[in-house]
Design a protein around this ligand. Structure first.
Ligand SMILES: Nc1ncnc2c1ncn2[C@@H]1O[C@H](COP(=O)(O)OP(=O)(O)OP(=O)(O)O)[C@@H](O)[C@H]1O
Ligand SMILES: [Mg+2]
Length: 208
């Protein structure tokens, strides 16, 4: 049986934009992000990333597009507890293989500095607070200087104070580093402060 979740979705994201995606539970936000991030390939139509159409690419090529061009932050941090904070941030960089291990380590440390958590570099993830863990996850998403960061309710698990910290980090990344961000959120205050809101309902974009 085929279930059509999304319908007639069309939009583009320009470099440096900070965009939020909102809409009721079940409207298709996560499905949209999974398609845009090439993790879900079961769609009709075209997805173009950095001028390249993703259709017909093999899973291996898509994996490399994801690792090089897309940073992903989830509601849960998915950090590996057997590795230090610094090593967790390094992992996608080591996988990319563009820089030596020493360089990746240096870059990871710089990202932790941007997020204000460089003092936690040698700790294990489970020694950090929820807000700190989410910042480590953002540092990890940044390690390969992705074209875009996609987030699926990255503040969904955080209290008000930590949500605010994460929002300001995203805002700084957008304003200072021209980092492109596409963030699904249930928090209307968060969305209201982004550059553009994409509102979905029943698998469609109803407002943009
Ligand atoms: N693999 C699948 N097979 C069948 N239905 C699916 C599948 N994945 C998602 N759906 C359905 O598609 C719809 C959209 O789901 P999706 O997870 O994208 O919503 P969402 O907007 O992210 O919701 P939430 O805010 O709760 O995270 C839902 O009705 C869901 O049940
Ligand atoms: Mg969802």
């Amino acid at each position: 049986m085929t279930v059509q979740v999304l319908n007639n979705i069309s939009f583009s994201v320009e470099k440096g934009e900070f965009i939020s995606v909102i809409g009721k539970s079940g409207c298709g936000k996560s499905t949209l992000l999974y398609i845009l991030s090439t993790m879900d390939t079961d769609y009709e139509g075209d997805l173009t990333i950095d001028g390249v159409i993703m259709r017909d690419k093999k899973e291996k090529e898509l994996a490399s597009v994801r690792n090089e061009k897309i940073g992903f932050v989830f509601q849960f941090h998915y950090l590996l507890n057997e590795f230090s904070v610094l090593h967790n941030v390094m992992l996608p960089g080591l996988k990319l293989g563009k820089y030596s291990e020493k360089e990746v380590e240096h870059r990871a440390y710089e990202k932790l500095k941007v997020l204000g958590i460089e003092n936690e570099a040698r700790k294990l993830p489970n020694q950090l607070s929820g807000g700190q863990k989410q910042r480590v996850a953002i540092a990890r998403a940044l390690i390969n200087d992705p074209l875009i960061i996609m987030g699926d309710e990255p503040t969904g698990n955080l209290d008000k104070k930590n949500s605010e910290i994460v929002f300001h980090i995203f805002k700084e990344l957008a304003d200072v580093y021209h980092q492109t961000l596409l963030i699904v959120t249930h928090d209307n205050e968060f969305a209201a402060r982004t550059n553009r809101i994409i509102e979905m309902e029943d698998g469609q974009i109803i407002k943009m």
